[in-house]
Design a protein around this ligand. Structure first.
Ligand code: IPM
Ligand code: MG
Length: 386
């Protein structure tokens, strides 16, 4: 077996792929607004790489989000879910936007498509690399002297627990006529341990530094979180430098000195918020990819996963051909790494994106006064670097 899977992120237990190269069987759920625009370019990059590397692609497109509502009456159509079940990975675009905002909250694309997909496939581990190239520090709202070498950190977010999914989740009118809503924050020790395992493996492959973020001065779930992390790491990861931080402080520290973190791990809602902060200090949502991995293995024995850009559907720029396709293209790289065991090819794509951007080809969101190019030309520049 060829060792071509030196994973910079994620569980070491994930197997390197066997040769000959597998067929890459995945579902393509582009979604809404800029979703399909950036997806087209990401697939073009992948087709190019596949040809160079002799990979066989077998992907099928399906509606999700607003497109699902418009064409099938449901944000996550049954046919789409079935396709995902028959695939080895999901390449996801983004969903939602003004067109569907008047629907009841439970039927809206984000809540009715993305969250159920995460839950259905138990995609509990959300890996969000926060990467800002040194050459792109002018794109960050942080002063360059604070990040002279750019930013290179990783957020590991628990994705299927906490207040997003806890029950009861209700809104009721009380006897006195007042209205009350309840969300419930729940965590089990086992859920904390399994996300921690991903964080530990990620930290081991990097600087052996792990920061666990919680709110243990207030929340019961955070008290359990901190106790579990402390005990588990003492027993299973004494080689790591472990620290704990309250989430309010972590938000501040991210803006003050992001590189003091290397890998941080946190619960669902804190990770949602901190990862958006991470995105903005890294210059643009248009540059950040993410992988959501589950407990389940695909037909290759590798983790089934959903790969999506961190940014949204950007309705304001949809249809103009100017969206930044880099995050979607980098999400393809993560899919190759985690769900197909093709780390070396993933690195080729990541290097090509970096070379294109640092070579001066930039979409509007990262141009900052310099000349900018459209979605297609950005992808062309990346392909030229492959
Ligand atoms: C994210 C998004 C989603 C989340 C929304 C769209 C439901 O913000 O992936 O971070 O909150 O998880
Ligand atoms: Mg978010």
């Amino acid at each position: 077996m060829e060792d071509n899977a030196c994973l910079p992120l994620g569980p070491a237990a994930w197997q390197p792929v066997r040769f000959p190269m597998p067929t890459l069987k995945f579902a393509v759920l582009a979604g809404d607004y800029i979703g399909p625009e950036v997806m087209t370019e990401a697939l073009r990059v992948l087709e190019h790489v596949a040809q160079q590397e002799n990979l066989t692609l077998s992907y099928t497109k399906a509606d999700v989000g607003g497109a699902g509502i418009d064409n099938h009456g449901k944000a996550l159509p049954d046919s789409t879910l079935k396709l995902c079940e028959q695939s080895d990975a999901i390449l996801f675009g983004s969903v939602g936007g003004p067109k569907w905002e008047k629907l009841p909250p439970k039927e809206q694309p984000e809540r009715a498509a993305l969250l159920p997909l995460r839950k259905h496939f138990t995609l509990f581990a959300n890996i969000r690399p926060g990467l800002l190239y040194r050459e792109l520090t002018d794109a960050s709202p942080l002063k360059t002297e604070r990040i002279p070498d750019g930013i290179d950190i990783v957020c590991i977010r628990e994705l299927t627990g906490g207040v997003y999914f806890g029950l009861p989740k209700t809104t009721t009118t009380l006897a006195d006529g007042d209205v009350q809503s309840i969300d419930t924050m729940v965590y089990k020790k086992s859920e904390i341990e399994r996300i921690l395992q991903v964080a530990i493996t990620t930290a081991r492959a990097r600087k052996k530094k792990l920061c666990s973020v919680d709110k243990a001065n207030v929340l019961e779930t955070s008290v359990l979180w901190r106790k579990t992390v402390t005990e588990y790491c003492a027993k299973h990861a004494p080689d790591l430098a472990l620290s704990h931080m309250y989430v309010d402080n972590a938000a501040m520290q991210l803006a003050r000195d992001p590189n003091q973190f290397d890998v941080f791990v946190t619960e669902n809602m804190f990770g949602d918020i901190l990862s958006d902060e991470m995105a903005v200090i890294c210059g643009s949502l248009g540059m950040l990819s993410s992988a959501s991995l589950g407990a389940g293995k695909n037909s290759l024995g590798l983790p089934f996963g959903l790969y999506e850009p961190a940014g949204g559907t950007a309705p304001d720029i949809a249809g103009k051909g100017i969206a930044n396709p880099c995050a979607q293209i980098l999400s393809v790289a993560l899919m190759l790494r985690f769900s197909f065991g093709l780390d070396a090819i993933a690195k080729r794509i990541e290097t090509a994106v970096r070379s294109a951007v640092t070579g001066g080809t930039r979409t509007g969101d990262i141009a900052f006064g310099k000349p900018s190019v459209g979605t297609r030309a950005m992808a062309d520049a990346i392909i030229a670097n492959l």
